[in-house]
Ligand binder design. Structure first.
Ligand SMILES: Nc1nc2c(c(=O)[nH]1)N[C@H]1C(S)=C(S)[C@@H](COP(=O)(O)O)O[C@H]1N2
Ligand SMILES: [Mo]
Length: 202
């Protein structure tokens, strides 16, 4: 987002628009911070897979080539980190979770995203449906960088960014909710930035 400092009237207007997109307690950032609980894993693409398993009729696995052959969507989203930075207007490329979840039959209401390196995060399945979540492999027109979760990560922009699991390997469908990595360490179980659900008890 480039805002000309020469036009003060327009600048004020643009600032109002940006403020309306900032959840409570957040401030905008122009750069793209990296937040990882461990080292960046390096997964060769010929070994990469994505699996939906657990409480499903049968597990389904996609290879990298199979994932890339699915319809790719370009997604523009504001992302909100619990550490209070918001990055407005990020642009991603990936496959909708609606497309992937259509391949399994399940009545499970919860899901744990699991990752290369052991990170996990939990969320309701409903938050992955309805055009709200993607497995993304592109950022800003380029392949997703390893430090930001490449080859592919979950993108769930309507929840705090810790729910957007990097280096994702799959989804475990569950009939009972189970806390993931940060949720066990006191982060909020759901994490709605507009309700400022940062920590358990918020
Ligand atoms: N696998 C994995 N995914 C992760 C994390 C992590 O440590 N490991 N950190 C989470 C947190 S706390 C945030 S804020 C975002 C950071 O994504 P970024 O490094 O691309 O900004 O990734 C989330 N997904
Ligand atoms: Mo975070």
């Amino acid at each position: 987002m480039v805002i000309s400092r020469g036009f003060h009237g327009r600048r004020a207007k643009a600032d109002d628009v940006l403020t309306a997109r900032l959840p409570p307690g957040q401030h905008p950032t122009a750069d793209f911070p990296v937040l990882s609980a461990g080292a960046t894993p390096r997964m060769p693409l010929d070994q990469w897979t994505f699996t939906i398993r657990g409480a499903v009729d049968r597990p389904v696995t996609w290879t990298w080539a199979e994932l890339r052959a699915l319809p790719q969507e370009t997604v523009s989203a504001d992302i909100h980190c619990v550490t209070k930075w918001t990055k407005l207007g990020t642009v991603w490329t990936g496959v909708s979770l609606d497309t992937l979840l259509a391949e399994v039959v399940t009545s499970a209401r919860y899901v744990t995203a699991y990752c290369d390196g052991g990170y996990t995060t939990n969320l309701p399945v409903a938050d992955l449906r309805g055009g709200k979540a993607w497995i993304v492999n592109g950022y800003d027109g380029a392949p997703l960088a390893p430090e930001h979760g490449g080859p592919a990560r979950l993108l769930v922009p309507h929840l705090y960014f810790w729910k957007s699991a990097k280096w994702i390997q799959g989804l475990e469908l569950r009939t009972r909710d189970e806390p993931g990595f940060w949720e066990m360490y006191g982060y909020h179980n759901y994490g709605d930035p507009w309700k400022e659900q940062r920590y358990s008890g918020d």
